[in-house]
Design a protein around this ligand. Structure first.
Ligand code: ATP
Length: 906
């Protein structure tokens, strides 16, 4: 096959199906051979959309140096080299290089981890290869593959359709048009827009009804979706609170450090000190004050957070989302399948001639339909019941399977439940389909809220004729009806009030209620949707139970305790939604009354200026169309909320993108929704969102811990140098020693905080205000306190050693070791932001113990190994010096512990 067969210039819709078969060298019945498929996969690459911005290796390495703090270090290295201080210069540049390598490795690892996670939510496609039907990862599709499509599938690549049966495809992902398009095999003129290419099915669109087959003509980036993806991918993504804050923090820090270094240099010169020496000191100051480990710590902490969330079934698709989760203030959740099990069981069937109860649970067929006296219902002698069950089973795209005596549903659970209840009354789907062969369909959609089908009627009543069957949301189906059916087959005018009241009663018990209807049809082809209203006969209502998920109630309560409000957004009836909301505790804390439950109609009627507050107040949004979700997110955001929003349909994508955290359903969600989301729940469970929020808070805590641990060292080092220059004294620590401290402790000690388990009570405090500064006053005060202790301690020690006979080199070695030992002690305190080191237990994070051991070995090496003594300007020190170091570190720890105790919130 030539590559030109796939060039975008080739308009496959302008060719007959057999020409496409020839062009792509495939077989219209047997598909490609396995060998052809692998050869093509190697040639054309996987059928995946490329990352929005593919960055090359070189750029990625280079980007490690693109950091204001690193620029300062590079400049310092260059100037020291210029001054002939080659050892210092080499150490500085070495540190920059190590930093870049560590950063690069960490970033690649984090990316690989994310990529691995993405593979957890891959989709599959059905193809024919070597004449056999098989399921493959849609990533493995290649041009020429023969793909089978059926209702509910996502089209996995761009296809030229070769065979189809009532195939209708929702192309809104591509064209924005949510009404499904009917497909046709006809050869089309070349110059027609994508939206009109009936003989093509495009990647990312959804099959709503029917089935078909097509030949893959484009995969991955070459598809029409790939084109859109490129455009969307280029759109600006909002920075998350953390990245914004860190960028601001780095800027202020760098400017501050440079200013301080310049002042130091100026003061030194004014005092008549040697220019080169003063300059070296100023560089020491800059180098010491820069927290080199910070960027790496952020990436690693986030990556660890991602791994923890994946373990709890929340797959993060964008790294910064980990942290946004921690400041989430509102979770907007779907009802069906997220807060509930999505395991529907019809419990009651109501007809104008009476009500029936249904026994049994789940999809098991062992249950009965009984009248109010407990006698088994006989559909043959009850026309309304019979036609309600027939409508439910025939106007239905789901299927029942039986394996090892257990029945299960393939397809939509709502439809599955209607198949089960019909079967319990003796009307099996297979039998129903032979009684009423379907000839046309108006598929269900969330916008339409009903499904209507046209059937040839072989049942006798309309034998030889045709019958229309419908099922859907009660209000919608009622719009289509003008009459209602009774047990004896009589038809009388519709009593809307009674039907609505009955539906309302059933819904307020948390049952999902669907209405069924039927009507005579003039002929097989007469099926215009606009002629339906008022023409059908209501046959009954079917009320089904979808139990709340066991974990949902606890998760909702946990969210409330954590200051996060939970709102339900559903397409279901307000009464059903409210009852379920109540069952999972979502209404707790809300005063019953107006405004807690809003319907799509209410929302549409709200004046724009009242909209945000009304949305903010409400807890349940019922009968909401996917389009309204975007407005809801925007309204909440305008009230300062960080919104997590769930979605599964194609039309949910804009809302998912707009939300701070777009959450897609891994099991039931469309690929388009997953693509737009920041996080995918592999179990579709609400409780998983709560778990992810908890992990997000933990990540933020651990980052804060790293920052409050690392900054005092940096400030302390800077101040010691500053003081030395101001006093015209010798430097207590050398620039190279400062680099040693910063680099080794960041990796061996600080990074271990990323492994810190979550603090108890992490979900009992309110969400972080995204506008709140990174460090609170109390934490700033602690940083300053520790910095002061470090400066005072090291200065005193340095002076003491000097005045008690130690050489300058030995005194510096003692001061350098003091910094590290105090840092190691302080590390234990930083493991909790509020609780004391004793309370968390000294040995509860074994990574920290490991880190401290490694660091201790490092300190012994730099103090006692002659080679290291030469490079770092150190010298061996005696045991008494170590004792003084330990004494100072213990004293400092006690001061920090007291400060922590005093500042702890009551
Ligand atoms: P959620 O948004 O919480 O997932 P939902 O599943 O109820 O709620 P939709 O799937 O949009 O939302 O359904 C809206 C309404 O349409 C339902 O309340 C029901 O009355 C009706 N409905 C659902 N599924 C079908 C179907 N397969 N055929 C006909 N009507 C349906």
């Amino acid at each position: 096959m030539t590559t030109s067969a796939l060039s975008s210039g080739t308009s496959h819709h302008g060719l007959a199906a057999h020409e496409v078969v020839l062009l792509l060298e495939t077989d219209p019945h047997r598909g490609l051979t396995g060998a052809q498929a692998s050869e093509r996969l190697a040639r054309f690459g996987p059928n995946t959309l490329p990352a929005a911005k593919g960055t090359g290796l070189f750029v990625r390495i280079l980007s490690q140096f693109h950091h204001p703090l690193i620029y300062v270090l590079l400049a310092a290295g260059a100037v020291t080299a210029g001054l002939g201080e080659y050892v210092d210069s080499a150490v500085i540049l070495g540190v920059v290089l190590i930093n870049a390598i560590v950063g690069f490795i960490q970033e690649s690892k984090a990316e690989a981890a994310l990529e691995g996670l993405r593979s957890m939510v891959r989709t599959h496609a059905t193809v024919i290869r070597d004449g056999h039907e098989r399921t493959v990862l849609s990533d493995d599709l290649v041009p020429g593959d023969l793909v089978l499509l059926e209702a509910g599938d996502k089209v996995p690549a761009d296809l030229r359709l070769t065979r189809l049966a009532e195939l209708r495809v929702n192309e809104s992902a591509l064209t924005g048009e949510s009404v499904p398009v009917t497909k046709d095999e006809v050869v089309l003129p070349e110059a027609i827009p994508v939206a009109d290419r009936q003989n093509m099915a495009y990647s990312g669109t959804l099959v709503t009804t029917g089935s078909g087959a097509g030949i893959v003509v484009a995969t991955g980036a070459e598809t029409e979706l790939g084109e859109i993806h490129r455009l969307v991918g280029a759109a600006e993504t909002l920075a998350t609170p953390l990245t914004r804050k860190l960028a601001g923090f780095s800027k202020i820090l760098t400017v501050g450090i440079l200013a301080l270094a310049a002042v130091t240099f100026g003061v030194g010169l004014l005092r008549g000190q040697d220019a080169v020496e003063t300059f070296t000191a100023a560089i020491a100051l800059a180098v010491g004050a820069i927290p080199e480990g910070l960027p790496a710590a952020v990436t690693i902490t986030l990556a660890i957070g991602v791994a923890r969330m994946a373990r709890r079934r929340a797959v993060i698709r964008r790294l910064p989302a980990v942290e946004t989760l921690g400041s989430t203030t509102v979770i907007c959740s779907d009802k069906t399948g997220t807060l509930t099990e999505n395991q529907m069981t019809v419990r009651a069937v109501w007809t104008p001639s009476g009500r029936f109860e249904v026994t049994g649970s789940g999809y098991a067929l062992d249950g009965t339909v009984r009248d109010t006296r407990g006698a088994p219902a006989v559909p043959d002698s009850h026309s309304a019941l019979r036609w309600s069950l027939l409508a439910g089973a025939a106007c239905n795209d789901a299927a029942l399977t039986e394996q090892d005596g257990r029945s299960d549903v393939i397809g939509d659970p709502t439809e599955g439940a209607m198949l089960v209840v019909a079967a319990k009354a003796g009307l099996r789907k297979g039998h129903v389909d032979t009684l009423l062969p379907r000839t046309a369909t108006i598929p269900f959609s969330s916008e339409r809220q009903y499904m209507v089908t046209l059937h040839r009627d072989t049942t006798g009543r309309h034998a030889g004729g045709h019958v229309i069957l419908a099922k859907g949301a009660v209000e919608r189906v009622l719009d289509l009806c003008g009459a209602q059916l009774y047990a004896d087959g009589t038809v009388r005018p519709l009593d809307t009030d009674v039907v609505l009241r009955t539906a309302g009663d059933l819904a307020s018990q948390g049952l999902r209620v669907l209405a069924t209807a039927m009507g005579p049809a003039a002929g097989a082809d007469e099926f215009a949707e606009d002629t339906l209203p008022g023409s059908l006969i209501l046959t009954g209502l079917q009320a089904m139970l979808d139990p709340p998920r066991a974990a949902a109630t606890a998760a909702v309560t946990a969210c409330h305790t954590a200051g996060i409000s939970v709102k339900m957004i559903t397409g279901d009836h307000a009464a059903t939604a409210t009852a379920i909301a109540d069952q999972v505790g979502l209404l707790d804390g809300h005063k019953p009354g107006q405004g807690i439950v809003l319907t799509g109609t209410d929302l549409a009627a709200l004046p724009a200026e009242e909209f945000p507050d009304a949305v903010n107040r409400a807890a349940v949004f019922a009968r909401v169309s996917p389009e309204q979700k975007l407005r809801l997110v925007e309204a909440l955001q305008s009230r300062g909320h960080v919104v997590a929003m769930t979605g599964d349909g194609v039309n949910d994508a804009p809302a998912l993108r707009q939300a701070g955290i777009g959450v897609a359903m891994g099991a039931s969600g469309t690929e388009v929704a997953k693509d737009a989301a920041d996080m995918v729940l592999t179990d579709d469970n609400f409780a998983t969102i709560e778990a992810a929020v908890e992990e997000g808070r933990g990540v933020f805590d651990n980052l804060t811990k790293f920052i409050i641990w690392t900054l005092p060292t940096n400030i302390g080092e800077g101040l010691v140098i500053l003081a030395a220059i101001m006093a015209g004294a010798a430097l207590p620590i050398l620039p190279t020693q400062i680099l040693w401290i910063n680099m080794t402790t960041a990796v061996a000690l600080g990074l271990m905080l990323a492994f810190e388990p979550k603090e108890a009570g992490i979900m009992t405090r309110p969400p972080r205000d995204p506008d709140q500064p990174l460090l609170t006053r109390a934490l700033m005060a602690r940083i300053l306190l520790v910095s002061t202790l470090l400066v005072a301690g090291s200065w005193w020690l340095f002076e003491w050693e000097r005045t008690h006979g130690a050489s300058l080199t030995e005194a510096r070695t003692a001061a350098m070791n003091l910094f590290v030992v105090v840092e190691a002690f302080y590390l234990f305190s930083c493991r909790s932001l509020t609780r004391s080191a004793w309370r968390i237990g000294l040995f509860t994070n074994r990574w920290i113990i490991l880190g401290v051991t490694v660091q201790a070995i490092g300190q012994l090496a730099i103090t006692y190994l002659p080679a290291m003594n030469t490079v770092f300007g150190t010298a061996p020190i005696g045991g008494d010096a170590w004792l003084r170091i330990l004494a100072i570190a213990v004293a400092a720890s006690l001061v920090v512990a007291v400060d922590k105790r005093l500042r702890r919130p009551a």
